[in-house]
Write a protein that binds this ligand. Structure first.
Ligand code: PGA
Length: 248
């Protein structure tokens, strides 16, 4: 069975003081054990790892390089992420694709690099509003997955997480309805079974795009929605704790 995750993507939002207050408030809530992950800004990953020690929260990055050490100004390598205790890395978020022109090929090589360094990739994809309205949602989404996972081999279902994030639902307050999301997740599940056989049934497929405490339970009630990748609503400890509780 696929595991359920709740992952906060803080983007470039929290300062150091916010980070400290967040973890102080979260620890007061005594979260039970679960798959609760947070990706702060790169500069705060190490501090977040320190602050989350002893809790069930694991820390990762919002992006990584496909390269190893070398002359790559401004990049972050997965070897160093692993070395400081990071657990996962988000790869191919729509903001990386759109603002930083990341291609399917680059994303594919980042997924491979993360796997090589035993960092769990959360591989993201999703259609724009224009693509949805043109009836191309499944073509786009399944195409991005096939391209992003070229030659990617895994041995167990914990090694790779997928995240469907319709671009029109990110930061807009517009959530895909649970049925709209499940339709896409079910198609993704079929593709994963084609690509990975039995393992495909156990891979977790997260949904992202305006997930909040008020809509999370309904989304998670769908058979192929195995958690959330959450931006805005993950910034407040109280909301994040409520989202995490919904996975249990
Ligand atoms: P949102 O962002 O929850 O603020 O819509 C989700 C994401 O970009 O991962």
């Amino acid at each position: 069975m696929a595991k359920t995750y709740m992952v906060g993507n803080w983007k470039m939002n929290q300062g150091l003081q916010d980070l400290k207050s967040f973890f102080a408030e979260l620890s007061a809530k005594n979260l039970p054990e679960g798959n609760f992950w947070i990706a702060p800004q790169a500069i705060q990953i190490q501090k977040a790892i320190e602050l989350s020690l002893g809790s069930s929260v694991k820390i990762g990055s919002q992006n990584c390089s496909n390269e190893n050490f070398g002359a790559f100004t401004g990049e972050i390598n997965t070897t160093s992420l692993k070395e400081i205790g990071a657990h996962f890395t988000i790869i191919g978020h729509s903001e990386r694709r759109a603002i930083f022109n990341e291609s399917d090929e680059l994303i594919n090589s980042k997924v491979q690099k993360a796997l090589n360094d035993s960092l769990t990739p959360i591989f993201c994809f999703g259609e724009t509003l224009e693509q949805r309205e043109a009836g191309k949602t499944l073509d786009i989404v399944l195409g991005q997955i096939k391209a992003g996972l070229v030659n990617i081999k895994i041995e167990n279902a914990d090694q790779l997480i997928l995240a469907y994030e319709p671009v029109w639902a990110i930061g807009t307050g517009k959530t895909a309805t649970p049925d709209q999301a499940e339709e896409v997740h079910a198609a993704i599940r079929s593709l994963l079974k084609e690509l990975y056989g039995d393992l495909g049934a156990d891979l977790s497929i997260l949904y992202g795009g305006s997930v909040k405490p008020a809509n999370v339970l309904e989304l998670l009630s769908k058979p192929n929605i195995n958690g959330g990748l959450v931006g805005g609503a993950s910034l407040k400890a109280e909301d994040f704790a409520a989202l995490c509780s919904a996975t249990l």
